[in-house]
Design a protein around this ligand. Structure first.
Ligand code: HEM
Length: 445
């Protein structure tokens, strides 16, 4: 990697106006490295440039990477009017719509987030346990034994089915097949380079006119509209516990209900934000456990004894060591003083999840898979950040962790697991998630 550009150095006293140092490579080269080896690039830059540095990424402008928990705390607790997160997600607008909590900022963001929070409250998750376990058991029982098998796509099948049942509230019957197919097609748009590249090149607004894009979005819109209409008329609405039913009953601050369009946008947001992320985290958990038979045995013994502490710690450790998302982004609407710099408006401040999680000052032997560390000490708010933080923290954090406990429990109860190749799987970048390169390939027994 090229040497750092001559830095303005931040010292005690007056803040340095401008950006921290960054690699000297051309923006295009930085973007190319970032898109393939983001975590490696973060590590290299931290070693050479220190805990705060600037990357220049095409379409994204300047990213000021921060990896010190104290600075991350300042970012997560900063004024949402100044630290915009929705702005960075505009690429998703043609897919998710104008009302999506992911693409909004400030007042409108808070308005939608308020409506979405109650269904995702930690305690409510317990009610989904039986449905989740039944879906996971059905899928796991169909997996072959004694032969190499890639679990990541199968974990995606589980997380999609769980979202269809618990978020959309659709169970069995004739409607589930077309809905499942249309949602899968829609999800492909978020990872398929044939759409992603033009989306970046021609911008989010013009992408809507591409016929192949329109067809897929219209199909999904049609099916969701039918579900919303039927649910609005359902006699048992008040007794239903799926997220769609709760959104129909939810009220804005002025007591008005959510429009069909708002509900559609948020349902698709939950699907896109919650499906691949959770499946990838599950795939990493298996990838790590398969290479640590003694930890897997301890986990199995505790699960069979009806205990949960080690399972929870295993999930926390997986999300630390193999975070599915490496960074979160906040774009500055006005200059901000941070870490000895006065950063200009327009720059983005970027807490680096991956770097905090690998900091040896925070985690002893940070490269080791050691669920035990979280038995002794619970994760810290600004040192364990796989779900981001502050007012933008992942809405589905409790849902995802609960889902992971249910699926892993069903898996270790039923199968012995060994890796198809003892070497650890490297990272592979798919759109925004960091996945195991061989899709968590294992041999089940
Ligand atoms: C292991 C699985 C998951 C991971 C690692 C993950 C991670 C994240 C991260 C890093 C963010 C950005 C936070 C920030 O900017 O500070 C986020 C936002 C979000 N996530 Fe998740 N997520 C997961 C599962 C889910 C699930 C299951 C759902 C819902 C069903 C969900 C819904 C959302 C939503 C709606 C947002 C936007 C929140 C906002 O902007 O206010 N996520 N997630």
């Amino acid at each position: 990697m090229a040497k750092a550009a001559a830095p303005p150095t931040a010292t005690q006293g007056d803040p340095v106006r401008g950006l921290p140092p960054g690699p000297r490579m051309h923006r295009v080269v930085q973007t190319a490295i970032w898109s393939r080896r983001a975590q490696w690039m973060l590590e290299q830059c931290r070693t050479r440039l220190g805990p705060m540095f600037t990357l220049r990424i095409a379409y994204e402008g300047e990213w000021v990477i921060v990896s010190d928990p104290e600075l991350i705390k300042q970012v997560f607790t900063g004024d949402p009017k100044v630290f915009h997160a929705g702005e960075g997600n505009q690429i998703l607008r043609p897919l998710l719509g104008e009302n999506s909590v992911l693409v909004l900022d400030e007042k409108r963001h808070i308005g939608q987030r308020r409506l979405l929070l109650p269904p995702f409250h930690g305690e409510r998750m317990q009610g989904y346990g039986e449905k989740m376990a039944a879906i996971a058991a059905r899928e796991i029982e169909s997996w072959p034994t004694g032969t190499p098998y890639r679990l990541r796509p199968r974990m995606q099948a589980i997380t999609l089915e769980i979202i269809i049942e618990t978020v959309f509230g659709v169970h069995g019957g004739a409607r589930i097949e077309p809905l499942r197919d249309a949602l899968r097609d829609f999800l492909d748009l978020t990872t398929d380079p044939r759409f992603l590249v033009p989306m970046l090149a021609i911008g989010p607004d013009r992408i809507r006119s591409l016929p192949a894009f329109r067809r897929r979005v219209e199909r999904v819109d049609e099916l969701i509209a039918a579900e919303i209409a039927e649910r609005r008329a359902a006699a048992d609405l008040a007794d239903r516990d799926d997220v769609l039913s709760m959104l129909i009953a939810a009220r804005h601050e002025d007591d008005s209900p959510m429009s069909d369009q708002e509900i559609r946008d948020e349902l698709l947001t939950l699907l896109v934000a919650g499906h691949e992320t959770t499946a990838t985290a599950l795939a990493w958990a298996v990838e790590r456990l398969a290479r640590h038979p003694e930890k897997l045995e301890r986990l199995r013994a505790e699960v069979l004894a009806g205990e949960e502490a080690y399972l929870t710690a295993t999930i926390q450790e997986t999300l630390r060591l193999r975070p599915v998302i490496s960074i979160v982004i906040r774009r500055l609407t006005e200059p901000v003083e941070l870490g000895g710099y006065e950063l200009p408006a327009g720059a983005a401040v970027v807490p680096a999840i991956h770097l905090v999680h690998r900091d040896p000052r925070i985690y002893l032997e940070p490269g080791r898979f050691l669920p035990e560390r979280f038995l002794e000490q619970p994760p810290g708010t600004y040192t364990w950040i796989p779900f981001g933080g502050g007012i933008r923290r992942c809405l589905g954090a409790a849902f995802a962790q609960f889902e992971m406990t249910v699926v892993l429990r069903e898996l270790v109860r039923r199968h012995q697991i060994r890796p198809s190749d003892p070497a650890p799987e490297r990272n592979f970048r798919r759109a925004i998630t960091e996945t195991p390169r061989r899709d968590a390939e294992v041999v089940l027994g």
